[in-house]
Design a protein around this ligand. Structure first.
Ligand code: DNO
Length: 398
């Protein structure tokens, strides 16, 4: 397995030379500054490649191996104008990436939201902290802070009552913090999102059912996969995080069945999976071995991370905490073992993509991470610990 590290570009407080010291041998990055729907030009891609390959003019020995993410615009997800211009731009970006030698491209198809948590600093007794999603806190955000029309109907009576009681104890700081925590996962979170801006973005999806969204995803893939195939690019879709509907939005990549439908609808190796154990694992029906057994040959990228379900639940909505990489509801050791078996199978078949890039996804904030200004989930020491533990598992199971 190729051990990669996510880098957010020159503004990331963790440098390429720091990444070298983690022992990672590949870099995952994106052109975060280019607005969704616009072309990634060759010049911009090459500039970023240069920043990865020779920071300060010294060769790093690292390459930009995986794109995370080439974002799919809201126009494409909701199939509204200017969808065809955005599809053309997506295909042009794929051509430019392939010409620069980059052929693994991750994306997601979650409307409006990307990942969502209610607490970015849930503390442990050891002084470290992690991210957590709490169903009741999310109901508070949705029903009483955002005041989304129809929100109350999306939760059970018990959740609403608990949310009302808890909200009555909230001071202004609690309210602002909860809003900021949820907003942190919105795409381009550094731009200013307001509550009314979120309501406007949600309104675009009024009347778009899960079946409609699934069809929009299939139409997107039918359009871009032939281009990707011709270029030798492997697209890999990231699962919904968390794997259930939020804010009344449809979600279509939460379960094994969801992936099966999408992979079968556009049956090409270029239509693949980002296997994120942390996202899929929140669902108690998730079985990593079953997933790898069915779709292992289409897994082009792995995010190895663990979660533990805790606290309140409401239908499919589950509270969960991001636990240590090796300890949680998902058996990471057996998952790694199955991914290594998949790699051997590919090698025997003569596939040149037998090495699956993985990265330690997220990490706890530990030691001096707590005072560093890294992005939520992306501290240096916590991820370094995760990578070191996973590297041990890879070596032991290999
Ligand atoms: C969060 C990440 C996601 C992921 C995108 C992929 O930490 O796993 O933001 O990069 O959903 O498109």
């Amino acid at each position: 397995m190729q051990q990669t590290w996510r880098w957010f570009g020159p503004s990331d407080p963790i440098s390429i030379t720091d990444i070298k010291q983690t022992g990672a041998n590949g870099v995952v990055t994106a052109l975060h500054h280019i607005p969704n729907g616009q072309v990634w030009t060759k010049a911009e891609i090459q500039k970023r490649q240069h920043e990865v390959e020779s920071p300060g003019g010294t060769p790093s020995g690292l390459n930009w191996d995986v794109v995370e993410s080439l974002p799919v615009s809201e126009a494409i997800k909701s199939k509204s104008a200017p969808v065809s211009a955005h599809l053309d731009a997506y295909k042009q970006s794929l051509r430019n990436l392939a010409e620069c030698g980059i052929r693994t491209v991750c994306y997601n198809f979650m409307p409006v939201l990307d990942w969502t948590r209610t607490d970015l600093r849930h503390s442990f007794d050891n002084g470290g902290y992690t991210m957590r999603f709490d169903v009741v806190d999310f109901a508070i955000f949705d029903c009483f802070l955002l005041q989304r029309p129809g929100a109350l109907q999306d939760y059970g009576i018990e959740t609403i009552e608990e949310a009302r009681e808890r909200f009555a104890t909230f001071n202004d700081l609690d309210k602002t913090t909860l809003v900021q925590n949820v907003i942190a996962g919105l795409p381009g979170a550094n731009d200013t999102w307001t509550l009314s801006g979120i309501l406007e973005a949600l309104a675009v999806y009024n009347g778009i059912t899960p079946d409609d969204l699934r069809q929009n995803l299939i139409d997107f893939l039918a359009e871009v996969v032939p281009t990707a195939e011709a270029l030798g690019i492997k697209l890999c879709c990231h699962p919904d995080d968390p794997p259930f509907s939020l804010l009344g939005l449809p979600r279509v990549l939460s379960t094994l069945e969801d992936f099966t439908r999408i992979l079968n609808a556009v049956d090409s190796r270029s239509n693949g999976v980002t296997f994120c154990t942390g996202s899929l694992g929140v669902n108690e029906d998730f079985d990593p071995l079953e997933f790898i057994g069915q779709h292992g040959h289409r897994i082009h990228f792995a995010h190895l991370r663990n979660t533990t379900r805790d606290g309140a639940r409401d239908g499919a909505k589950r509270s969960f905490i991001e636990s240590e990489h090796l300890h949680g509801d998902t058996g990471i050791v057996e998952t790694v073992r199955a991914l290594l078996a998949e790699e051997r199978r590919r090698k025997a078949e003569g596939r040149d993509d037998h090495s699956i890039p993985m990265r330690p996804d997220h990490g706890h904030a530990l030691l001096h991470d707590r005072s560093d200004s890294t992005l939520p989930g992306y501290p240096l020491i916590g991820r370094l610990r995760g990578l070191a533990e996973l590297r041990g598992v890879i070596l032991a199971c290999g």
